[in-house]
Design a protein around this ligand. Structure first.
Ligand code: TTP
Length: 200
């Protein structure tokens, strides 16, 4: 098992698990930012801006304790339905409304990843298309009662019970979960970092 140091500017346990499974020794350096979309901001622009702002906020907050040569990674995941941005639901009513909109149709899940290292910033955006089966009201209520939707963009988790709604995926499963592994590894290589399994 490799043991490469990496800073993670995210409170998401999914991102931490994925990076640890790859062999990174993760130190979490979270930073809170305002996640409100700007008026008429596209999902594409929004998700990239969020990942970059999380990265810069973490550098500002923890900078003096960070080794500049160790990569600092941040990410943001957003569900886009037509021109609508679906973030994390604020309450169960909003979760219901989101799931009702996703029922029986396709949406995009975009994850932007940003890495800063030695004073430079690198970023990538990965987009997937996900199709949901038609959900009954009863199914949506039962799913919300499971508690799973509340801290997830679009009010579902493909890696959990929400996976039972997904009849088609085109893109990256790990991207939908919050951190696209293929694109993240490529980005780490681009910024000169060791990437398992070839890491020393
Ligand atoms: C669509 C989908 C999203 N998600 C999660 C990934 C992200 O953690 C979350 C979207 O919120 P984000 O704001 O991207 O991340 P976060 O709030 O969890 O963590 P932080 O802001 O500190 O980086 O939704 C899943 O786990 N499974 C899914 O299928």
């Amino acid at each position: 098992m490799t043991d490469i140091p990496l800073y993670l500017a995210s409170a998401s346990p999914r991102r931490r698990d994925i990076l640890q499974q790859l062999g990174y020794r993760v130190r979490t350096v979270p930073a809170d930012i305002d996640e409100t979309p700007k008026p008429n901001e596209s999902a594409y622009h929004y998700v990239g801006r969020m990942a970059l702002e999380k990265n810069r906020a973490a550098r500002q907050l923890h900078g003096s304790t960070l080794d500049p040569a160790v990569p600092l990674l941040s990410a943001d995941t957003t569900v886009a339905l037509d021109s609508r941005i679906l973030g994390k639901p604020a309450d169960t009513e909003e979760a219901f409304a989101m799931l009702a909109q996703l029922s029986g149709t396709s949406h995009q899940v975009m994850t932007a990843v940003c890495i800063s290292r030695n004073g430079r910033e690198y970023s990538v955006l990965q987009s997937s298309e996900v199709r949901f089966k038609t959900l009954s009201e009863q199914e949506i209520h039962a799913y919300i009662a499971s508690g799973e939707p509340m801290d997830k963009a679009g009010a579902y988790a493909i890696q959990g019970i929400g996976g039972t709604f997904v009849c088609h995926l085109s893109g990256s499963f790990t991207g939908v979960m919050g951190l696209p592994v293929f694109e993240t590894a490529a980005l780490l290589r681009e910024c000169g970092c060791a990437v398992p399994p070839l890491a020393p």
